[in-house]
Each structure stands twice: as structure tokens, then as C-alpha cells.
Design a protein around this ligand. Structure first.
Ligand SMILES: [Zn+2]
Length: 158
């Protein structure tokens, strides 16, 4: 197995918050942490990197992958390092990613700023009279001295 079994997360097309799962899936693959379930051919057992347990992954005939109910990551995001690593092992990772549909609407909604406008009764700002712009002063700015003053200073590197 190569040192980078999954490749760059940037190329996966997954949202950024899944980068941790992606990296964990790499670790699982490097550790060969995936085994077939001994009795159920639709299931795989995957080591957990955070707890001293294994997760049971159910790969349905449709290609849908479900992690065990003890996997918080899967509960929250419907995808996890275990699902990714099993999908990679079965060569259905592209399928998993293309069918992954995080609840984007909710994420966007919660990121919306609460303030939506001015307080009632607040005046719009007063418009300044549109007199010609006063540009005096611009030509008076001293030009920066060119760096030809090495005769006055010597730079000492310490
Ligand atoms: Zn999981």
C-alpha cells in the first residue's frame, strides 16, 4: 500500500469539516484496520482510532454505507472515517462521495448574521454636499528618499 492511500483531501470534493475524517481514514487504511465481518458478508469491522472498540460498517447492496450507532461522527454527518476507509477498500469511494449530501441548508442558515438592518427610527446618514473634492495636499507629500544614502549609514550585520 502506498504511503498516501486516499490522496489529497482537496481533491476529494468533500466539505472542509470532513478533513479530520479523511485523515483518520488514511490512518485506518495504513494500519490495515478493516476486516470482513466473520459471518455477515454485507458488514465490515473497522478499528476505532478514538476508542478501544471496533465499528461495524454495513455496506448495503445499493452501495450505501452505514457506520455503527456508537459512531458519533456518522450520527452527526452521515459519513465518517470508517465509512470512508471501507469505501476505499471496496473501491466505491467515488460513489460514496458523489452521494454524500450534507445538510448544507442548515449550516448556511446558522451562519447567517442575526443583525439584518438598522434600528427603527435610525436616520440614514446625512449626505455631504457634493462639492468638488479638495485635493490640495496631495502634491505636497514629500517623496520618499531613494536608497542612495549608504554613504551616511553603514549596515552592520550582527
Ligand atoms: Zn464511523
Amino acid at each position: 500500500m502506498t504511503s498516501d492511500p486516499l490522496g489529497d483531501f482537496c481533491d476529494s470534493g468533500l466539505p472542509e469539516f470532513l478533513q479530520g475524517s479523511w485523515e483518520n481514514a488514511k490512518t485506518i487504511l495504513k494500519l490495515n484496520g478493516i476486516s470482513r465481518h466473520p459471518t455477515d458478508e454485507q458488514k465490515y469491522v473497522v478499528i476505532s482510532l478514538s476508542q478501544p472498540i471496533v465499528h461495524t460498517i454495513h455496506v448495503k447492496p445499493t452501495g450505501a454505507i452505514a457506520c455503527g450507532k456508537e459512531c458519533h461522527r456518522f450520527k452527526t454527518h452521515r459519513i465518517c472515517a470508517h465509512a470512508i476507509s471501507v469505501a476505499k477498500t471496496l473501491d466505491i469511494l467515488d460513489f460514496l462521495i458523489s452521494h454524500y449530501n450534507p445538510n448544507i441548508g442548515q449550516a448556511v442558515l446558522s451562519a447567517m448574521p442575526k443583525e439584518s438592518g438598522k434600528k427603527p427610527g435610525q436616520q440614514t446618514r446625512k449626505r455631504k454636499s457634493q462639492s468638488a473634492r479638495d485635493t490640495t495636499g496631495w502634491d505636497d507629500i514629500e517623496q520618499a528618499q531613494p536608497h542612495n544614502d549608504s554613504s551616511y549609514y553603514s549596515v552592520v550585520f550582527v
